[in-house]
Write a protein that binds this ligand. Structure first.
Ligand code: FES
Length: 107
């Protein structure tokens, strides 16, 4: 299974194996990652699954939809050029080794 590394605001790192075909958000919430809230359950409606993607890995992600782009304007923590919503990131073998940083706040 692909591995995804979550970096907490204090620098602590947690590495999870997440099954292909699920989303990065689903993997994080199922395995209890503190810092991914996912209030809407992955319907691209809440922006509480926000992360900052390692910039060098941005190009390996699927393109951002208009809905995700609009929602990212309402995140609790600052939107940055490498902001993404983890519910919109399907896990594939190509994402193995993805590193995402958790924002200070989700709500
Ligand atoms: S879980 Fe709500 S937008 Fe991602």
């Amino acid at each position: 299974m692909p591995n995804v590394v979550f970096v907490h605001p204090d620098g602590a790192r947690e590495e999870l194996e997440i099954a292909e075909g699920t989303s990065v958000m689903q993997g994080a919430t199922a395995q209890g990652i503190d810092g991914i809230v996912a209030e809407c359950g992955g319907n691209c409606m809440c922006a509480t699954c926000h992360v900052y993607v390692e910039p060098s890995q941005l190009a390996s992600l699927p393109a951002m939809s208009e809905e995700e782009d609009a929602l990212l304007n309402g995140t609790a923590s600052e939107r940055k050029p490498n902001s993404r919503l983890t519910c919109q990131l399907p896990v594939t073998a190509a994402l193995d080794g993805l590193v995402v940083s958790l924002p200070e706040r989700q709500v």
